[in-house]
Ligand binder design. Structure first.
Ligand code: FE2
Length: 358
């Protein structure tokens, strides 16, 4: 029987300055700092700060020595997601299954322990220079062995869990990665959008979502499609040099409160194009949120046959036009805001043009 992934255990970002990045994610997004690893805790070469909000664990890692290969990673890609780690029942079994399915190993199964217990981990290489670590917790309390508890309370912003994580892959590579996720990790094809769904006059993309059987893990995979001008996916690939994570969508149970808090904290969001709200209410019908508040906060709304969703996208969270964050609240909908893609593309293209990449 295929080995199942339970959930995304944590997302690790490689960053140039983890100390400052941790401050940004605490102050801007409301995360708590919960743990730390570095020279003071017996890890001389790297520092990692662990942040938590709801069920979301975010790890920020910086290499300290110039010979650490993570520096090469940072030179190529800039700050970004290096590891999407999964919590699993049996790290050895899923690692064996993934490798048999064609995954390249990153690190073989091994135990890591401290006085509180032992965790077993293994890792495989995924798209670009992203990896997937498998974490078999064995009831370990806290984050992972080797980390020291170092708590700094954040303000909180109502973020509850990771809803989905999106990959941008190179031209004509989407189907290959969809098949790869099926063969290695048993993530099946959930839904596809073609360039007729997601395009403007100028730029286009294709997207297929792979998901676990219980839909807890949802990974849309994008590739650029031909348009009159450069696809935003191609702009990402050019800036990131390889495939990589485009955005992490974080869920909220009260998106109006969450966005209001993030805006107060100075998080920069994409602006909704002129006229978006003129057609919106006709398109999505009745929603339980106050329409004026939705408009005031600049939220996006979309509806499918199961319900609706509210969402908003930040601007890139580093200077390269690569990783950004989405905030999402689902009210029955299990899609990804297709109806907003087109509306939003206009804004993304305006930003692209300002960068001279359109
Ligand atoms: Fe998304």
């Amino acid at each position: 029987m295929a080995q199942a992934l339970r959930r995304v255990h944590h997302v690790e970002l490689a960053v140039g300055n983890a100390k400052q990045a941790a401050y940004y994610y605490r102050k801007a997004f409301g995360f708590d700092q919960v743990a730390y690893r570095g020279p003071e805790t017996g890890c001389p070469g790297r520092v990692s700060y662990v942040l938590k909000q709801g069920d979301i664990w975010l790890v920020l890692t910086t290499p300290l020595h110039h010979l650490d290969p993570l520096n090469t990673w940072l030179t190529l890609h800039g700050d970004g997601v290096r590891d999407i780690a999964f919590e699993v029942e049996d790290a050895d079994a899923i690692f064996a299954q993934a490798v048999a399915g064609g995954a390249k190993p990153e690190s073989a199964p091994a135990d890591a322990g401290d006085a509180r217990g032992a965790v077993r981990t293994a890792a495989i290489k995924a798209y670009g220079e992203t990896i997937h670590t498998f974490v078999q917790r064995n009831g370990y309390p806290g984050f992972l062995p080797g980390f020291e508890i170092r708590e700094i309370k954040g303000r909180g912003a109502g973020l509850t869990c990771i809803d989905h994580i999106v990959a941008n892959v190179e031209d004509r590579q989407m189907d290959r990665w969809v098949t790869w996720y099926d063969r290695t990790l048993g993530l099946g094809r959930f839904v596809s959008y073609d360039d007729k769904d997601i395009s403007t006059e100028y730029t286009a993309l294709r997207s297929t979502v792979v998901a676990s059987a219980d839909r807890v893990i949802k990974f849309p995979i994008n590739e650029p499609a031909e348009g009159l001008k450069k696809s935003q996916i191609q702009e990402y690939i050019d800036a990131n040099v390889t495939a990589g994570v485009q955005h992490i969508a974080l869920a909220s149970d009260d998106i109006l409160e969450t966005i209001a808090a993030l805006r107060r904290n100075g998080v920069e969001f994409l602006a909704v194009p002129e006229g978006y709200y003129r057609e919106l209410w006709e398109r999505v019908g009745v929603i339980q949120e106050d329409r004026e508040a939705v408009k005031e906060l600049g939220l996006l709304v979309d509806r499918d046959d199961k319900g609706y969703l509210l969402q908003l996208f930040t601007k890139p969270v580093q200077d390269r036009p690569t990783l950004f964050i989405e905030i999402i609240q689902r009210r029955g909908s299990d899609s990804f805001g297709k109806g907003n893609f087109k509306a939003l593309f206009v804004t993304i293209e305006q930003e692209q043009a300002l960068r001279g990449n359109l």
